[in-house]
Design a binder for this molecule. Structure first.
Ligand code: NAI
Ligand code: PYR
Ligand code: MG
Length: 626
């Protein structure tokens, strides 16, 4: 019946369009001066919101005008830049031609992008099948929907964009967000990943195109954490871009203004937070790939009042701590030796500083959690940024990096000075760990890796954690070939293990926050905690560290393989729920209220988590009128 009436509606629409065309033709041929409004007569539609955008008859994509967007409840469901018909065609053709150019000039790019397109089309057609495919082939396709390919997708998003996914809030929507949020069709949203596109992976400011990273992260939320895909929402907050190429590109889908700053910027983010938490009070908001300048400020601003966390600051920190503890164990030392590790960190942005703060706190805790312990832990770190070693002699040092600025006397004794190069620092310090979060591909040069040969550690650890692949500070081949097999290697984007000959294999770990954020989100959701506490984050990191067996660690395996991501995520989520209960933060989830939660033992918490993870199966559908 529904099908029949749809067909009737379509055929009446067809008739109406035909009628309009005939009328227009007659008018233009009979009298060119005699204008008529016939050609502008509106088409009556019986749909609104996403139903319009998903209907190939009525959809105009980015060409919907602002008044139409308001009238049809689609404001926020499309990028804010209204395109003309001609611009749409130009964008489509540019994309089509780019594929030809890539097929000719680079054999690998079109291959991964083609895979992404095919997966994306399946995502648009059939979510259940999409997630089944992704989950059953997670090792093969997470590098497509997530890093590294997602980086390329974001760089080319204005061309790749077809069917919209997620919501766009722009600087033009100030004052409107509270109502716009109701344009999203789902009454329940559990997880939002939001970006402002200002630092996408290590690729810099990609403006509105950064929505790709929010989509990719949520893919992992569904595949790894079993968050119901009907209840996830990728969000792009378009406050402009400072990427000059995008500002000049007539086919760019975002606002072509420079980024808002200061109070104006904060007001937009505040308005967004208020809007989403008003409509969905239990939602969790993950901040993703905000430039460091705002990452810390926004985290401090919201973390005590909203259920939110910053993945790059807090998720990355937990993943790095788990890896660093793994590196201690891999040297055959007890974890309690962690505070003795000498750690050189290249990169003092949101990720680097997040790791440094968390590592320092972990060391201090192991040393008795006193102020003296906290102070003494500081001296285990040497931080090198784009200007070299950070010391107290640095002018205008970033306030977040200041606690890690080395004292002048100290470094003089070490034969170093303000601004010393990474190679000089590694040569003099002889660190146990060299960790890169610099977004600077190849930074761990031959000279740096040669210098690491003098590490005082029996098994130095190298963590080139920057993404995507070409931003990695070094490749595993470079590391193993210079330093030999007795190292620990962990990179942000995936690399294949290295054949070292004679049956020996150099193991490549993936040190990526994907091993924590899905579990942090799921655990927070199921505990019903109103905030994401430090304790919950710490519990997540410790759970990941403990997941790897002694036998694995001795082989140089310090992170699980991605094929185990669903299992580790379940464990992490259970650890987060347990900690929330212990901290008296857990308010419960659905019928499992706080009292019931408190009665659960460890095994029951795990079972509770597992039972609430969505799996891709087809339910039987029946029709019922509203
Ligand atoms: N593996 C993982 O799970 C994660 C990896 N990342 C990666 O970390 C990288 C950095 O992210 P953010 O900290 O947010 O970026 P950011 O742009 O805020 O910070 C980059 C830092 O690197 C420094 N830097 C730049 N060139 C350098 C050089 N030649 N030598 C030493 N330092 C240099 C800059 O001075 C700055 O302190 C990105 O590539 C990102 O993909 C971020 C989060 C998680
Ligand atoms: C993995 C991640 O969050 C990043 O590279 O920004
Ligand atoms: Mg990130």
């Amino acid at each position: 019946m529904a099908n029949f009436s749809n067909q009737m509606r379509l055929s009446s629409t067809l008739l109406r369009r035909l009628h309009q065309r005939v009328a227009a033709a007659v008018n233009s041929s009979s009298s060119r001066n005699f204008t008529t409004t016939e050609g502008h007569r509106p088409t009556i539609v019986h749909k609104r919101s996403l139903d319009i955008l998903h209907d190939p008859w009525f959809n105009k994509g980015t060409a919907f005008s602002f008044t139409e967007r308001d009238r049809l409840h689609i404001r926020g469901l499309l990028p804010p830049n209204v395109m003309s018909f001609e611009q749409q065609i130009a964008r489509f053709m540019a994309d089509l031609k780019r594929l030809e150019v890539q097929a000719r000039d680079g054999p690998s790019d079109p291959y991964v992008l083609a895979k992404w397109r095919i997966l994306n089309r399946l995502h648009d057609r059939n979510e259940t099948l999409y997630y089944k495919v992704l989950m059953e082939n997670i090792e093969e396709y997470s590098p497509i929907v997530y890093t590294p390919t997602v980086g390329l997708v974001c760089q080319k998003y204005s061309g790749l964009f077809r069917r919209p996914r997620g919501m766009y809030f722009s600087a033009e929507d100030r004052g409107e967000m509270m109502s716009m949020v109701y344009n999203w069709p789902a009454d329940q949203v559990d997880m939002i990943v939001v970006t402002d596109g200002s630092r996408i992976l290590g690729l810099g400011d990609l403006g509105i195109q950064g929505i790709g990273i929010a989509i990719g992260k949520l893919d992992l939320y569904v595949a790894a954490a079993g968050i119901n895909p009907q209840r996830v929402l990728p969000v792009m907050i378009d406050v402009g871009t400072d990427n000059e190429n995008l500002l000049k590109d007539p086919l760019y889908l975002g606002l072509q203004d420079h980024r808002l700053d200061g109070e104006e910027y904060i007001e937009v983010i505040d308005e967004f937070m208020e809007a989403v938490f008003t409509r969905w009070p239990h939602v969790i908001v993950q901040f993703e790939d905000f430039q460091s300048k705002w990452a810390f400020k926004l985290l401090q601003r919201y973390r005590n009042n909203y259920r939110m966390f910053n993945d790059d600051v807090q998720g990355t920190a937990g993943v790095a701590i788990a890896g660093l503890l793994g590196a201690v164990r891999a040297q055959g030392r007890p974890m309690i030796d962690f505070p003795k590790m000498k750690i050189v960190v290249a990169g003092a942005g949101s990720a680097g500083i997040g790791v440094l703060n968390a590592a320092r706190k972990t060391m201090a805790r192991m040393l008795g959690n006193t102020e003296i312990a906290f102070e003494s832990a500081r001296s285990q770190f040497w931080v090198v940024d784009a200007k070299g070693l950070i010391t107290e002699a640095r002018e205008n040092v970033d306030p977040d990096a200041r606690p890690f600025a080395r004292k002048i006397k100290e470094i003089e004794r070490q034969g170093l000075s303000e601004g010393a190069t990474l190679a000089e620092v590694v040569r003099e310090v002889k660190p146990d760990v060299l960790l890169g979060l610099s977004a600077c591909g190849g930074l761990f040069s031959k000279e740096v890796l040669e210098a690491l040969k003098h590490s005082t550690s029996t098994r130095p650890a190298i963590f080139p954690m920057s993404n995507p692949t070409r931003n990695a500070e070094c490749t595993p081949e470079e590391a193993f070939s210079i330093l030999g097999e007795n190292i620990i290697f962990a990179s942000g984007s995936p690399f294949k293990d290295v054949d070292l000959g004679n049956g020996h294999v150099g193991h490549c770990n993936q040190a990526n926050n994907m091993f924590l954020f899905p579990g942090i989100g799921l655990g927070t959701l199921l505990s019903g905690s109103r905030i994401v506490s430090d304790g919950m984050l710490q519990a997540a990191a410790e759970c990941l560290a403990a997941y790897i067996t002694e036998e694995e660690v001795l082989k140089g395996i310090i992170y699980p393989s991605i094929s185990r991501i669903r299992d580790i995520t379940k464990e992490v989520a259970a650890a987060v729920v347990k900690e929330a209960i212990e901290e008296d933060l857990a308010e419960g989830y659905r019928e499992m209220d706080s009292r019931e939660l408190r009665k659960l033992d460890e095994a029951q918490i795990s079972e509770f988590v597992e039972n609430n993870m969505w799996s891709p199966d087809y339910p039987t559908l029946v029709y019922k009128k509203d």
